[in-house]
Design a binder for this molecule. Structure first.
Ligand SMILES: [Zn+2]
Length: 73
């Protein structure tokens, strides 16, 4: 295949960029698929301030929901 100089430089640049991205991705093995959600909630004590004042709700509590991926062919 014949490339002119500009295309050749662009091709090399894209290969370099791909290699850099693959190297960066290899270091991300500890990532989890999902979402981290911060929530504030009310308790079961009826006289607690959390029921009348949203600023006094309990929390934050962190929840991690993990995504489930299925292969589609
Ligand atoms: Zn409460």
């Amino acid at each position: 295949m014949l490339y002119n100089t500009n295309m050749n430089n662009k091709k090399v640049s894209l290969f370099d960029e791909r290699d850099a991205l693959l190297t960066e991705m290899a270091s991300l093995r500890d990532l989890l698929n999902g979402s981290l959600v911060q929530r504030f909630s009310t308790c079961t004590r009826k006289k607690c301030a959390c029921h009348t004042d949203t600023a006094k709700r309990h929390g934050p509590r962190l929840y991690l929901s993990r995504a489930k991926f299925e292969a589609r062919l």
